[in-house]
Design a protein around this ligand. Structure first.
Ligand code: SLL
Length: 162
């Protein structure tokens, strides 16, 4: 196939984590969750405003901490839904996120690294306190733009008709 010369296509997306401490009132611990687990959390890759991205992103592999059962998980895209995993635990760690593109792209998988945040963080005490007051969710989200450089013609058609 031929590449579309001199063309770059950008597709925005968001990835990151959202964590919440267990709390009898606001986030009760489900039955069966181990005693030492302090938080529920999710990691995700999704479009801005949940816009569909499965026409260019086919699947995502999340590699979690080895202490978590079945810690390498492959999530296949479902149209219009985020790629996501929900878990419970007690500790922060680095998550490896591997993006697999649709076959028409002929793009190699790309790896991202993201620190799971469970505890309020910030540049100073005020920022941490603002996070505590914001309702308990600890969010760590990254806005990113996927760049497709000189895409193959059939992939360019997919990207621009979506
Ligand atoms: C730490 N280096 O010591 C990190 C490791 C591991 C977190 C954090 C276990 C979950 C499960 C869990 O939360 N591991 O047992 O399913 O802080």
């Amino acid at each position: 196939g031929k590449r579309v010369k001199g063309v770059q296509v950008f597709r925005p997306f968001i990835y990151g984590t959202t964590a919440r401490p267990f709390d009898e009132k606001t986030n009760p611990k489900p039955p069966g969750v181990p005693d030492d687990h302090t938080h529920s959390w999710t990691v995700f890759v999704k479009g801005i405003d949940d816009v569909d991205i499965t026409y260019w992103l086919r699947r995502v592999q999340f590699k979690l901490h080895e202490s978590i059962p079945n810690h390498v998980r492959m999530i296949d895209g479902e149209k219009g839904k985020p790629f996501t995993i929900s878990e419970t635990g007690w500790g922060e760690f680095e998550i490896t996120i591997k993006l697999y593109y649709v076959p028409e792209s002929s793009e190699k998988p790309q790896t991202l690294y993201h620190h799971l945040r469970l505890h309020p963080y910030g540049r100073n005490e005020e920022e941490k306190e603002a996070m505590r007051l914001a309702g308990g969710d600890v969010i760590s989200w990254v806005y990113e733009e996927q760049v497709f450089n000189e895409p193959y013609e059939p992939f360019y058609d997919i990207l621009t008709s979506g």
